[in-house]
Design a protein around this ligand. Structure first.
Ligand code: SF4
Length: 392
């Protein structure tokens, strides 16, 4: 019987990115496109294996699928063979603005009631360009918004608030609305425990910095879920320290349930346990070692939470312990619960081993068991309701 939640999740690295976004949890960067025939073979073979073993499965093309030379065909393959829904489809917009066949590559989105592209903005002009490491990217992304609207594709975006862009938020919103942006979700980066995540911490805004922006939310085309997130889920680090130390750590929604076999297929068809940009155990090469052997090895290792891809059981310390040691009781920098806990766990990991005290348990009540962080392909944001595998 096919289970409701997927048993197996595979990211397939079909093409790299024209940008190197500094917030990107998936460590996107330029690399060569996987040929369409190889992509088709991988999708067929994984589907065959999962059907034979009565496993449900899901996956996603990484990293910036619209940059693939045959982007339209790649989208159709994932739609038809793995039932992946690109509604919305995340993109920086750069590929759309820089290729002549932009109208054709949007064609597969027309199968949805509400075809939509989902962008990510980090500021105006050079602030945005610097964050995605591409000169002119801001103007390219605005142009892509206008092109999408011309093609009757709807547009929305994450607008990541940082210490560098809060002062020109109004100009950014004006530019977006003028380009045709229909939905704007101000959000903050969720901390990702990797090199880019640590680098991006330097621009995490404070509670005081975002107050003038929050006062305007009702006047903007903002998703209700995002408004609620700002009211209920995000707080300064100092607030989270108090909650951890007083034993009233807030629930971290949407997480514990996703125990999966997390796989990533590299462009050379090597398969690893992990996530795009984060590779742990190598199982082998699909062509050379055989699909069944590799996926059987992955099955034998079993499912885990997404958090367990990033931290070993020994590193998943109780939140009280890491808050006491690494929490900043004065910090006004904004996080959600998962983000700040991962920040503290990462601090602990870099500081070296701490001894687990007998009888102490993790926040879930069982020793060393952690929750899942959103694999949201969205340079993990806070409070996003969107697809688990969205990068931009
Ligand atoms: S956010 Fe998207 S476009 Fe940017 S580096 Fe990551 S995968 Fe590539």
């Amino acid at each position: 019987m096919i289970q409701e939640l997927p048993d197996l999740a595979m990211q397939v690295e079909v093409v790299g990115c024209p940008t190197v976004c500094l917030h990107c949890w998936a460590m996107g960067r330029p690399y060569q496109a996987m040929p369409l025939e190889e992509i088709s073979w991988v999708l067929h073979e994984v589907r065959r294996f999962c059907t034979t073993h009565q496993l449900s499965f899901t996956g996603y093309p990484m990293h910036e699928v619209l940059a693939h030379p045959q982007a339209g065909e790649v989208l159709v393959l994932f739609q038809q063979l793995w039932e992946v829904a690109f509604d919305p489809l995340p993109t920086t917009g750069v590929p759309l603005a820089t290729r002549p066949d932009w109208r054709e590559i949007l064609a597969p989105l027309r199968s949805y009631c509400v075809p939509m592209l989902w962008f990510a903005f980090h500021g105006t002009g050079e602030v945005h360009d610097c964050m995605v490491q591409r000169q002119g990217a801001y103007l390219e992304s605005l142009r892509a918004v206008a092109l999408a609207r011309q093609a009757q594709v709807h547009t929305g975006c994450n607008l990541f608030l940082t210490t560098e862009n809060v002062s020109h938020f109004d100009q950014l919103v004006a530019d977006l609305l003028q380009a045709g942006m229909e939905s704007i979700d101000p959000c903050i980066y969720g901390f990702t425990p990797n090199a880019r995540g640590r680098l991006t911490e330097r621009v995490r805004p404070t509670w005081q910095e975002v107050q003038p922006i929050l006062a305007q939310l009702d006047a903007l085309p903002v998703d209700d879920l995002v408004r609620r997130g700002w009211r209920e889920e995000v707080h300064p680090e100092s607030w989270f320290v108090q909650q951890a130390l007083s034993g009233s750590w807030p629930a971290e929604p949407e997480k514990a349930e996703q125990r999966l076999i997390w796989l990533v297929c590299r462009p050379n068809l090597d398969v690893y346990r992990g996530d795009a940009g984060h590779y742990t155990r190598r199982y082998g090469n699909l062509r050379r070692d055989g699909v069944d052997d590799i996926l059987n090895r992955a099955l034998a290792d079993g499912a885990c939470s997404h958090e367990e891809l990033w931290f070993t059981p020994e590193q998943l310390l109780p939140v009280q312990e890491v808050a006491a040691r690494f929490g900043d009781q004065k910090s006004q920098r904004i996080h959600d619960a998962g983000s700040v806990r991962h920040w503290w766990l990462d601090c602990a990991r870099r500081a070296g081993p701490m001894k687990q005290q007998p009888g102490r348990t993790s926040l879930n009540g069982s020793p060393f068991v952690g929750c899942r962080v959103h694999a949201g392909h969205e340079g993990r944001t806070t409070f996003s309701s969107r697809a688990w595998s969205r990068p931009s």
